[in-house]
Design a protein around this ligand. Structure first.
Ligand code: COA
Length: 175
């Protein structure tokens, strides 16, 4: 998987050495509380190592799961672009969703928006035409990220993650 560089950030593949950071991120209830019914607060470093193995296997020409780091290499969060999980009984071709997660110490600096913009620009250049975001209606910080990315709100949907969520979408190549 390729790395993506922005003004302040490096987005790179997850490595096993990042397990302590991932565990620190996902063992915090605040990090996972809006991530849907299948999200899980990690309790064991082994879970982080296994999650990194799954991330590494999702290596694809357009989408993937990147670690967001500072230019100095300090890990800050997670940026994903992948086929969305459909609710049970929904049969359509899964659209590609974008998602973000920042360590508490890295929030309030615009890093999620900067990372997402760069990934969407890269994906658009590689042929991705539409992206969606699935957001818990109570997750104001994430709704604000969607707005900063000029995504369009399509209201509540039950089509993804077996729960009510706010759907945003964006046609790529149109800024
Ligand atoms: C969702 C989440 C990533 C948003 O983080 P965030 O730091 O608020 O988002 P951004 O990185 O875009 O930063 C925007 C904030 O930085 C501020 N900021 C500071 N410097 C900035 C800069 N140079 N550029 C842009 N924004 C800047 C903005 O004013 C804004 O703060 P505000 O909302 O208080 O006005 C974070 O809340 C999170 O990790 N939550 C837990 C995981 C989660 O729920 N993920 C979403 C699943 S759908």
């Amino acid at each position: 998987m390729r790395s993506i560089i922005t003004d302040r950030l490096i987005l790179r593949p997850w490595q096993q050495d990042d397990a302590h950071f991932l565990f620190d991120l996902e063992s915090r209830q605040e990090s996972v509380r809006y991530l849907g019914p299948y999200a899980h607060t990690m309790t064991d470093l082994e879970e982080a190592k296994e999650s990194i193995r799954r991330r590494q296997s999702l290596d694809h020409g357009i989408y993937g799961i990147w670690l967001i780091a500072s230019q100095e290499g300090v890990p800050l969060g997670n940026l994903l672009l992948k086929p969305v999980r459909l609710s049970q009984g929904v049969s359509l071709q899964a659209p590609i969703e974008i998602g973000w997660q920042l360590h508490q110490d890295a929030q309030g600096c615009g890093y999620a928006t900067e990372a997402a913009k760069a990934v969407l620009e890269d994906a658009a250049n590689r042929g991705l035409r539409t992206v969606i975001a699935i957001v818990d209606p109570n997750n104001s910080p994430s709704i604000h990220v969607c707005e900063r990315l000029h995504m369009t709100s399509r209201g509540i949907t039950q089509a993804y993650y077996d729960e009510d969520s706010l759907l945003f979408d964006k046609e790529l190549g149109i800024q």
